[in-house]
Design a protein around this ligand. Structure first.
Ligand code: ATP
Length: 231
């Protein structure tokens, strides 16, 4: 569904991401792990159309979208969950979800229900202001908001940053479920290798803007990925 080929991108004349190629199929979870400054966010910005591609191509759903504007990419079925749990803090959980769901008219309720089903805590805290939730709960709210759009591809930027371990496990499970049961393709970028690799289908290690290792996901692959990241 997503095909990235020989992608180069960066800021002005400085190339930060070099010759990146990978594919994501429907229902496949692909993780990109890398340390601080490896180029993870830069790569995601290029996938979303927020940074121009210097060379290479991005194909989504059979169409070349290398030069397609960000809002068009979203319309075609990409959803983005940015770093840092960005929900609307002064609005309640319920209002945060309705802002997105109510765009879908007759489908609004079904879409709303579908999203909170994945994160029951959001039902419990429906009336609470998003700004008063824990970081992990806010992250779940961000993912739920993205799910309401029924994306074909969900792109997540370090969803576990600053989050307690018990919620990290819940988020991991939800990502697996959305891939497996809803057929959503997932691109996750992370520094936390275990979280990213353990239940993914495939992983890539990004260092200094290049893929230096890759492999199948799974609990037995975590050590190999960690080892590759140490180099
Ligand atoms: N707006 C910018 N202008 C110029 N260089 C930038 C800009 N943003 C990031 N960079 C550089 O690009 C490189 C990769 O940064 P990027 O934010 O993509 O890394 P990252 O892997 O996402 O790191 P982190 O895990 O800390 O978020 C770094 O060397 C950074 O200094």
């Amino acid at each position: 569904m997503l095909e990235v080929k020989d992608l180069n991108t960066g800021y002005g004349k400085v190339t930060v991401v070099n010759d990146i190629s990978f594919d994501v199929a429907a229902g496949q979870w692909v993780s990109i792990v890398g340390n601080n400054g490896a180029g993870k966010t830069t790569l995601l910005k290029a996938l979303l159309g927020l940074l121009p591609v210097t060379s290479g191509s991005i194909t989504f759903d059979g169409e070349d979208i290398t030069k397609v504007a960000p809002n068009q990419r979203i319309r075609r079925g990409m959803a983005f969950v940015p770093q840092g749990q960005q929900s609307l803090g002064t609005m309640t959980v319920d209002e945060n979800l309705h802002v997105v769901a109510d765009r879908y008219g007759a489908e609004a309720k079904a879409r709303y229900d579908e999203a909170v089903e994945m994160f029951p805590i959001l039902k419990e805290f429906a009336g609470r202001r998003a700004g008063l939730l824990s970081g992990g709960q806010r992250q779940q709210l961000s993912i739920a908001r993205a799910l309401i759009t029924r994306p074909k591809l969900m792109i997540l930027d370090e969803p576990t940053e600053g989050i307690q371990p018990n919620i990290v496990a819940e988020i991991q499970k939800a990502i697996r479920t959305m891939a497996e049961q809803k057929g959503i393709g997932v691109v996750l970028v992370e520094q936390k290798v275990q979280f990213a690799v353990e239940r993914a289908d495939r992983y890539y290690v990004l260092a200094s803007g290049r893929f230096i290792a890759s492999g199948e996901g799974g609990a037995d692959q975590v050590e190999a990925a960690k080892e590759a990241m140490r180099v």
